[in-house]
Each structure stands twice: as structure tokens, then as C-alpha cells.
Write a protein that binds this ligand. Structure first.
Ligand code: ZN
Length: 454
């Protein structure tokens, strides 16, 4: 290699540049990390995002040919993964199209942290595992993961979660191994693939590399008997009544996995028959599809939304008063005394997020909302909502409460909300607001911060 570089050093001007660029692309295609490193360090005018005659970058060539070490090296040295070919394909599209699984894994690992740093991530929204959606159709691969000694299962029975009962620590998911589950008598269950990750383990002390544990989730259709499922022997218990509250006490890094698992398992639990023809359906694609068993069924042709897991979008809005000094909160009769929250409602088909937000606020409180800003979203796995959190700016102030939806709605000052956010649930007087794991709490907090200088 050094000889080759010395050859280049004898070249002059544009010839040297062309030769080096040519070598740079060849090294990316062939998977030669040393050649890539040398070319870049030797001749700085070779841009890492330089395109060849076909509009491809070195990153794209390496992805096309499955060289994950090169992909990693180029990303770490500033290659831009958002560039696309002339036909609009990104490097991730290229890796996926050519079935370069190692490359796609590397890309996902690299892209995940860089995007989440800029965003507000709510509880249930942490993406702890790489979902590997591109692997779900590979039955052999998924089956081979199921029985590995390191593979872990989140366990549900009638959609209640198995939680660790270790008294010395806070509640957490009690993951079981394939062998432990084999000892369970009940064989009526659904199993879905979650993805690869490494929850609660540091690669330094466990010897396990991050993202090397495969996670699955299982739901037993009937609540098992003590003899059928030795929960206590495993060191846990099912979440029981008030399960939603207990699932909100888990470590944040487990919450996303639980949301993914519970929403999809709940869908399988309720969609055993085809909504199009009424025949039985079976699970497909590692749990992310159900197929009708009637070969004549219309659902086998064209685009249908009955074969894939449901997500039901809900808009949730923190409404700011026209002068910016107050926010609008409402309470439902089922809330604990003195608790008020942001206004929320299900979106309707054929409605934009903005229109749904304005409609819900107006219907419930009579207040007109103008401009809206997106804040963050939260998956809500009871059973499959997606909360879309917005800040809305009111253009009117008069409140007319819809008594069917709400018990009351009021404007609250910044100091009232700030006090409630700080005070928690032990506060004995004044306003109470939802706990921090709820997106409503985060919207209120965002507004208090936003208006701190008023
Ligand atoms: Zn059907």
C-alpha cells in the first residue's frame, strides 16, 4: 500500500486527485479499511462524501457490498448517511435492498443516538432494542434466535406483565430464558419478536456486547395456575389489577420494550378472525402481521389495513392563553380530586393532526385554538394508542365545558402549574397534575420552561 501511495505522490494536480479518488472508491467496494484510511489521511482533498460517476458515495458502495467495518469507519469519520443516490435511495435503503444485514445493523446503531439527543423522549417511547424489522420475514433466523441461551422473553398472561418481586429493588421486567419457559405447562400462547438489544447490562461487566441479546415477548392466553406457571419460583408475579400503573413504575429503559410487546400482543389477542371475511387468521412475520386462512379472501390482494397491528392516534394539547400567561387544563370525573390535565381526544379518519387538536379543544372547552406546535409523542400500550403532544395557542379565552366529556376546565397561571409539577402527588392543597411518566406532565413542564421569562 505504501508503495502505491508513493506512486501517487509522484503524480501532479488533477491526475493525483483522480487516481486517489478512484482508489478510495475501489477500497470501499473491496472492503479494504487500511486503504480507505490511508487514502483519506494521505490526500485530504478526497472528500469522504465524494460521489462517483453514478452518484454513489464510498459509504453506499461499502453498504452495497456488505462491508460493515468500512461503513462503521466512514460514519465515525463524518460520512453523511442522509445522502441519496440520483434515484433517491439512502445508504440504509441500499443495505436493505441488497440484504446486507450486518451493514443495516451498523447503520441503525449509529443513527439511533444521534437523532434521539435532539428530541424529547417520553416514557414508553425509549427504543432500547433494534427492532430489526428487515429480519422478520426470515423465519429460519428468527427461529434460531428463540432457543439461544442468551435470548430473553418478556412474559405476559392475559396481557398482564411478569414483574420481578425482588424487594430490594424497584419493580422491573422479569425476563425468562427459553429453557425456563419450556417448563411452563400452558402451551396456548402468542410469541412475537421484539429485537436485539442489551438492557440493563454493561458490556464491561457482563462480557456481553451491546445489542447482542435477542428479545421476544410471549402472552399466555389464559391466566396460568400456580402449578402451571411457577411465577414465585422464577422470582416474580404478574402485574395484576391496576396493571397500567405498575407498568409505569418500571425502569425507563425497559418501558419502550414493554410498550412494543404489550401493544402487539394485545392486537393478536383481539384479531383472531379476519375483519374482511370472518375466517380464522394466523400470525405472520414474527408477529407483525396476521394473514387470513381463507385463500379466497379479498385481504390477500391490494392494500388493506386489517393485516397489520393497529395504532390509534390521540391528540393531546397544552393550550396557552392569548396573552401567554395561563394554560388551559381540564378534569374528567374519574380523575383523583384536584387533578387537571391537558385536553385530549382520538383523531378521526380523514382528519389532520392540527384539525383534530382544534376540534377536540373546542368541543371540550369552547376555546378556539390557532397556531399549533408539535412537542413529542408517546406510545400508550393500553392497548395501542399513540399520543401526539402539541402546544396550542388560543385565540379566545371564554370557557364552555362539555359536561359529557369533562367535569371542569380552567385557566391556570404559570406559578400554579410550576408548583403542582414540583409538588407531586403528596401535595395537600391546590392543583395536582399527572405524574412525570405521562406526556401531559411533560407538556406542562415544557410550557412552564417556555414562559419562564414572562
Ligand atoms: Zn379473510
Amino acid at each position: 500500500m505504501n508503495n502505491a501511495l508513493e506512486d501517487v505522490s509522484n503524480l501532479r494536480g488533477s491526475n493525483a486527485q483522480a487516481e486517489l479518488t478512484e482508489r478510495f472508491f475501489r477500497a470501499a467496494s473491496d472492503g479494504d479499511v487500511n486503504a480507505i484510511r490511508n487514502t483519506l489521511s494521505f490526500f485530504r482533498s478526497v472528500s469522504i462524501d465524494h460521489r462517483n460517476d453514478h452518484g454513489w458515495t464510498a459509504l453506499m458502495l461499502a453498504a452495497r457490498n456488505g462491508h460493515k467495518e468500512i461503513v462503521k469507519f466512514l460514519l465515525e469519520n463524518g460520512a453523511d448517511p442522509s445522502l441519496t443516490t440520483r434515484t433517491g435511495q439512502s445508504v440504509t435503503d441500499i443495505g436493505t435492498f441488497w440484504n446486507q444485514k450486518g451493514v443495516v445493523d451498523t447503520l441503525y446503531k449509529f443513527l439511533k443516538p444521534s437523532s434521539s439527543r435532539l428530541e424529547h423522549v417520553n416514557y414508553f417511547g425509549t427504543n432500547a432494542a433494534n427492532r430489526q424489522s428487515y429480519q422478520r420475514k426470515d423465519v429460519q433466523y428468527i427461529e434460531s434466535l428463540k432457543t439461544l441461551g442468551s435470548t430473553r422473553y418478556a412474559v405476559f398472561a392475559e396481557l398482564e406483565l411478569l414483574i420481578s418481586t425482588n424487594k430490594s429493588s424497584k419493580p422491573s421486567v422479569l425476563f425468562l430464558s427459553y429453557d425456563q419457559l419450556n417448563a411452563v405447562a400452558d402451551k396456548e400462547y402468542d410469541v412475537i419478536y421484539i429485537g436485539k438489544g442489551c438492557l440493563g447490562k454493561n458490556s464491561d461487566d457482563s462480557g456481553i456486547e451491546p445489542d447482542t441479546i435477542a428479545y421476544f415477548a410471549i402472552n399466555y392466553r389464559h391466566f396460568p395456575s400456580e402449578e402451571g406457571f411457577p411465577a414465585k419460583e422464577f422470582g416474580g408475579e404478574f402485574s395484576g389489577k391496576g396493571y397500567a400503573t405498575r407498568m409505569m413504575m418500571l425502569p425507563v429503559e425497559e418501558s419502550g420494550l414493554v410498550a412494543q410487546a404489550r401493544s402487539i400482543l394485545a392486537w393478536h389477542d383481539r384479531y383472531r378472525f379476519c375483519p374482511t371475511c370472518g375466517s380464522k387468521t394466523k400470525m405472520a412475520e414474527s408477529g407483525y402481521k396476521r394473514s387470513c386462512l381463507n385463500s379466497e379472501c379479498r385481504s390477500h390482494n391490494g392494500v388493506h389495513n386489517t393485516c397489520f397491528p393497529r395504532i390509534d392516534p390521540v391528540v393531546i394539547v397544552l393550550v396557552v392563553s392569548p396573552d401567554g400567561t395561563k394554560c388551559l387544563l381540564g378534569r374528567q370525573a374519574r380523575f383523583p380530586p384536584r387533578m387537571y390535565s391537558c385536553l385530549a381526544g382520538f383523531m378521526e379518519p380523514g382528519e389532520s393532526v392540527e384539525d383534530a387538536a382544534r376540534r377536540e379543544v373546542h368541543e371540550e372547552s369552547g376555546v378556539e385554538v390557532g397556531r399549533l406546535e408539535y412537542h413529542s409523542s408517546q406510545p400508550w400500550p393500553f392497548p395501542g394508542q399513540l399520543m401526539i403532544g402539541l402546544v396550542g395557542y388560543a385565540v379566545s379565552e371564554k370557557i364552555t365545558v362539555d359536561q359529557e366529556e369533562l367535569e371542569d376546565a380552567k385557566w391556570f397561571t404559570r406559578s400554579e402549574v410550576a408548583e403542582a409539577l414540583a409538588g407531586g402527588f403528596t401535595k395537600d392543597k391546590g392543583l395536582l397534575v399527572p405524574p412525570k411518566h405521562a406526556i401531559a406532565h411533560q407538556l406542562q413542564k415544557a410550557w412552564v420552561k417556555m414562559s419562564a421569562n414572562l
